[in-house]
Design a protein around this ligand. Structure first.
Ligand SMILES: Cc1ncc(COP(=O)(O)O)c(C=O)c1O
Length: 435
């Protein structure tokens, strides 16, 4: 059996991201004629709204380099978007980048110190930090924590890391979280923020999924809790399904730290990407001005993500695996067993699902999780359809309340149920790990 776990970060940190690697592996299997259900890649899977196509096309003639950190009108629109969400923001506190990945990399380059990450956490944080010569401290994020490091045990862990010679000064939190599709409650997040303050740790809040929370008002805002020390990153890839357009945002705190970092981000941008592509910037401006068409697109997108993730969650529970109910985006993070299992690893599990059941998932190890914890991430968004027409049909079915009876969705759900049930039947009892 061919191992399908994409190459994890090698010792020097320079490997293709696991999420892109699984995508390439699935394409390869499909070229060989194998019918693979692709639950391995977190692309939003919905069509481009016509308002944005028009904005992009109408700006195609713009071929000059623009300002490194975005035009003042674009930064004004983005500041307005933050202000409408209750986060007072001046245009000068906004920096735009070609994707939030670039924003995160630039922030990690601009800020000093080693990096505290939740374990598990999104695939790219640790490799980015490693590429920049930083060390990463992966602190457990218990299932109930909604993806953030456990604040109760963090101070002691930091003290130990400092004794070991590390210099933890940055913490990344993903709210809502990938891979778990969950978010913390405000009280728990506030406890973590208190720890960060007391420890002199700056927070990077990756909020790329905030608009895709099924109940957006319920998502706590890290920068509202810790305005003086939080850098927010976000972008258009997920909520507006514009991953390939590459547009990201950083919001810096309104103080000396924020200003110094903003100047560094400008310097980094000026030496690497120069500016965001002008036609993309024009389309982004439309997004952040929030016309009614896009608000209604976003409502429908949330219904699609919540509807399908909810259905897959019910299947996962029926198989007997444990999984937090998803609260945002298009991810679930089931566990075959709650306890560690020395006999079998999450990588074996992902290999088995792909080779045996033709279902592509990412093993928990891709997110830095312990291999003995048999956890894996399911991304449901590539089930929405392969053509634009199918994707529009998916959106309108969700609006009409019949998403799950669309034949391609119903078939995919059947395959997921059969595949996961077979996995549990084959391995749930063979490796009776402790609960
Ligand atoms: C948590 C998280 N942050 C950032 C990104 C990167 O998004 P972008 O397309 O803006 O670079 C992703 C994409 O999968 C993500 O899941």
């Amino acid at each position: 059996m061919t191992a399908v776990r994409p190459a994890g970060p090698p010792s020097d940190g320079f490997a293709v991201s696991p999420t892109l690697a699984i995508n390439e592996r699935v394409a390869e299997l499909r070229r060989e004629g194998r019918d693979v259900l692709h639950l391995g890649f977190g692309e939003a899977g919905l069509p481009v709204h016509p308002v944005l196509r028009q904005a992009l096309a109408g700006a195609a003639h713009l071929n000059s380099y623009g300002p490194v950190d975005g035009s003042s009108s674009l930064r004004g629109a983005i500041a307005g978007w933050f202000n409408r969400r209750g986060l007072p923001t001046e245009p000068a506190a906004v920096v735009v980048t070609p994707g939030s990945k670039a924003a995160l990399f630039a922030l990690l380059l601009a800020l000093p110190g080693d990096v505290i990450l939740p374990r598990p956490s999104w695939v790219s944080y640790a490799p980015q930090a490693t590429m920049l010569g930083k060390r990463t401290l992966a602190h457990p994020a218990p299932a109930v924590s909604g993806g953030i490091p456990d604040p109760g045990t963090l101070p002691e862990a930091l003290a130990q890391h400092r004794r070991d010679g590390l210099d933890p000064r940055i913490m990344i939190v993903t709210v809502p979280d990938n891979p778990t599709g969950t978010f913390p409650d405000t009280a728990l997040l506030a406890r973590l923020v208190e720890v960060a303050r007391a420890e002199g740790v700056t927070i990077i809040a990756d909020q790329i999924y905030a608009e895709l929370a099924y109940d957006p008002a319920a998502v706590p805002d890290v920068a509202a809790i810790a305005p003086e020390t939080t850098f927010v990153t976000t972008g258009l890839s997920k909520a507006y399904a514009l991953g390939g357009w590459r547009f990201g945002v950083v919001r810096v705190p309104a103080n000396a730290l924020g200003e110094a970092t903003r100047l560094r981000l400008r310097a980094i941008g000026s030496e690497i990407w120069s500016c965001v592509p002008a036609p993309i910037a024009a389309a982004a401006q439309v997004v952040y001005e929030a016309p009614a068409e896009l608000t209604s697109y976003l409502d429908a997108a949330r219904q699609v993500h919540a509807g399908l993730c909810g259905a897959v969650h019910r299947i996962v529970e029926r198989t007997g695996m444990s999984c937090r109910p998803p609260q945002a985006a298009f991810y679930l993070y089931p566990a075959l067993h709650n306890g560690g299992c020395p006999a079998w690893s999450a990588d074996d599990l992902a290999t088995e699902l792909l080779e045996g059941q033709r279902i592509a998932v990412l093993p928990g190890t891709a997110f830095g999780d312990d291999p003995a914890f048999l956890r894996f991430r399911l991304a449901t968004s590539l089930l929405y359809g392969t053509t634009e027409d199918q994707r529009w049909e998916t959106l309108s079915s969700a609006r009409q309340g019949n998403l799950l009876s669309l034949p391609r969705i119903a078939n995919a759900l059947d395959r997921i149920e059969a595949g996961l049930s077979a996995l549990v039947a084959a391995h749930g009892r063979v490796h009776p790990c402790p609960e």
